[in-house]
Design a protein around this ligand. Structure first.
Ligand code: MN
Length: 249
């Protein structure tokens, strides 16, 4: 189910705001992540994770915490275009979200289970590969239904060695500035997602060419597998993931 930008576009007048109306580049092998610091009527941090061709978005009033005991409210807001990841600037007075926006952190995210299933179930477990935020995180929908207008979620750091106690280090206070001039994050050198369980059938299924995971573990659904049914032909060929890099309009 592709994400929709109609709510995003309906809130904004693109003759007046410098924000992008649509577009943005996807990568063949990774999902983008950004947090924008936004001095709107109230300062908040907008967490965005690429999924379904859009940036799923949550407004985090206090920003992320590296302390697993400090759960941060994350109110889901409208899907944003992927091009929004590059946006820094001033939303003019009188326009929706008026105020300054900077790219507070950016990079990519690695879902630790099928992200579309997890998203709809209201519990996303993932790794962040940003300039500031790293390691494992959970986003969990608190209550209410998926179709609710602005469902509340919690953003929680997992204790995985990259956590920091709030008393020792507050990432929001310690690292307040833009990362827009930093070099882009590189891909991880190892498969990031480790599954606690793996079934026998999973082990025998072919790998995806692009993400190297077993077919049933590849989250790039619909995942195309061509199996020649002819006798004597043992070719099991996995085609490229269906979401090759392309310009979205
Ligand atoms: Mn915002």
């Amino acid at each position: 189910m592709p994400g929709s930008l109609s709510t995003y576009q309906g809130k904004r007048d693109f003759t007046k705001t410098p924000e992008p109306s649509e577009g943005g580049l996807t990568h063949a092998t990774r999902l983008q992540y950004v947090i924008q610091k936004h001095w709107a009527s109230r300062l908040h941090y907008d967490l965005r994770l690429e999924l379904d061709g859009v940036m799923k978005s949550w407004a985090v009033p206090k920003g992320p915490s590296l302390d697993p005991h400090t759960k941060r409210m994350a109110v889901q807001v409208e899907d944003h275009p992927i091009a929004y990841n590059q946006f820094e600037g001033q939303i003019p007075a009188g326009q929706y979200g008026a105020g300054k926006v900077i790219i507070w952190d950016s990079g990519f995210w690695v879902p630790l289970s099928d992200p579309e299933t997890a998203y709809h179930a209201g519990k996303l477990h993932f790794e962040l590969h940003g300039h500031k935020l790293k390691g494992r995180w959970t986003l969990v929908r608190m209550h209410g239904r998926e179709k609710e207008r602005q469902p509340p979620w919690l953003l929680i750091k997992e204790a995985d060695g990259t956590e920091r106690a709030t008393a020792d280090f507050d990432v929001v206070e310690a690292m307040p500035d833009s990362v827009a001039s930093e070099p882009a994050q590189r891909r991880p050198s190892r498969p990031a997602a480790k599954r606690a369980t793996s079934s026998r059938s999973d082990k025998s299924s072919p790998h995806c060419r692009q993400c190297s995971r077993r077919n049933s573990r590849c989250w790039r659904s619909p995942h195309q597998v061509n199996r020649s049914s002819g006798p004597g032909n043992s070719n099991s060929m996995v085609t490229a993931c269906s979401r090759a890099s392309r310009v979205r309009r």
